[in-house]
Design a protein around this ligand. Sequence first.
Ligand SMILES: CC(C)=CCC/C(C)=C/CC/C(C)=C/CC/C(C)=C/COP(=O)(O)OP(=O)(O)O
Ligand SMILES: O=P(O)(O)OC[C@@H](O)CO
Ligand SMILES: [Mg+2]
Length: 232
Amino acid sequence: MSNPWDDWDHVLKVDPDKELRDGETFEDVCRTGTDAIEIGGTLDVTAEKMTRVVDAAAEYDVPLYQEPSNPGVVIDSPALDGYLIPTVFNAGGPFWITGAHKEWVRIDDLDWSRTHTEAYIVLNPEASVAQLTEANCDLAADDVAAYAKVAERMFGQEIVYVEYSGMFGDPEKVAAAHDALDDATLFYGGGIHDYESANEMAAHSDVIVVGDLLHDEGVDAVRETVKGAKDA
Ligand SMILES: CC(C)=CCC/C(C)=C/CC/C(C)=C/CC/C(C)=C/COP(=O)(O)OP(=O)(O)O
Ligand SMILES: O=P(O)(O)OC[C@@H](O)CO
Ligand SMILES: [Mg+2]
């Protein structure tokens, strides 16, 4: 079965808790050339902030996915192409692997046809996501490769996400995850800030995810990372 992300090279992650650069609009964001927009962040996200971003991006062509950090921020909007639900394979306990998911399924009526999971391997211990989930980030390349294989082969994950949020990762570990996968799509995110860094990580993964750059530097910088991803 084919999935939309099979054709993606670049995803732009918009954090609803962060501002765009002065003078930039969601129209500009949607016209960066990115293949899809993921809306989410670890800290201080609310359903209201999510709704604001989804509504602002709704009228443009780019696919929109919500990436909720907990069940309370999930919103129901026809503008969303779907939900990308993290599960953190190297979390310190079960809550961020299956516990939050169990609560969500218990309290909500899910639209399963638009709900997909992302098997996160979190590797920057300074990132909010690592601290929140108490992730064990002390992993060698062969550990990362093994988690990727477990995700794909034992848990049927279609997306494996090597997450270095806030720092540029170790290309050797990203490549190890990539080599370990046969069919699953490898997302890489963290510290991509220009053409070169995008081009380098795009060579070791299937899809690169760019986050803070949008909020810190703006849409022109993001456009360079799209070029870097497409050229790889
Ligand atoms: C079951 C449901 C609906 C949700 C649970 C989903 C899980 C397991 C979330 C845990 C991991 C998490 C918080 C993912 C959010 C996406 C993410 C990693 C965003 C990037 O966050 P950072 O860049 O670290 O955070 P800030 O920018 O907010 O500091
Ligand atoms: O913000 P950056 O460091 O670009 O990271 C992107 C994304 O992987 C965060 O979840
Ligand atoms: Mg962030």
